[in-house]
Write a protein that binds this ligand. Sequence first.
Ligand code: VGL
Ligand code: ZN
Length: 209
Amino acid sequence: MHVKPGDVLLVVDVQNDFLPGGALAVRNGDAVIPLINKVAVRFPHVVLTQDWHTPGHLSFASSHSARAPFETISLPYGPQILWPDHCVQGSVGARLADALAIPHAALIVRKGYHREIDSYSAFCEIDGVTLTGLAGYLHERGFRRIFLAGLATDFCVAYSAVDARKAGFDAVVIDDACRGIDTGGSLAAAWARMREAGVDRISSSDLSV
Ligand code: VGL
Ligand code: ZN
C-alpha cells in the first residue's frame, strides 16, 4: 500500500497520561511511538490530536461522589465510562510525548475541552452533534483518506476512524501503531464497530516506500 496525494496521517492522543506511569496508562502505550515516528516520515501531511480536559471534567470519576474509575454512569448524552483525572489542560500529563518526533505535523486538534461533554473522536464530541472542525479542515485541504495511529485503539482511535467514515473519508487504522485500554470488552466492540463502518485495518509493514 502506497501513500498517495490526498492521504493524511492522524496521530491520536500520544500524550504522557496515556503512557506507562501516566494517569490513564495504556498497556505498552509507549511501544507505538517509534513506529509512529517511522510511519510519519512517509506522510507529507500529518495532524495530531490532544485530549484536553478542563479540571473537574465530567468524564472524571473524581467529579462524581462515590464513583470509581472505569464505572459507567448515565449522563444527558448517554452512558459515560468514568476515567481517572487525565490530560488536564496545561498539565504535564496532557503534553504530547517527548519522544514523538513529527516536526512536520501541520495541525494539533484539541478535544474534550467542554466540561460537560467527553470527546473521544477527533471530529465530533460524544453528544454526536458538537463538531471540532476537523472534517472541514481536512476536506478543505483536499484530503480523502485518513490513516490513524495512536492511543487508545478502542476509544479515541476507533471513534475518530468511524467518524472519519461518516464525514466521507476513507479510513485506515495502522493496527500495530495503536494500543487499546480494553475495559469491559471495549477493544473487540470497537473493532466490530470499525469493521461495520468500513474502516480498513493494516499493519505498518503494509505501507511500502
Ligand atoms: C481516551 C479515554 C478517555 C483516548 C481519552 O485517548 O482513547 N480514552 N480519554
Ligand atoms: Zn479523555
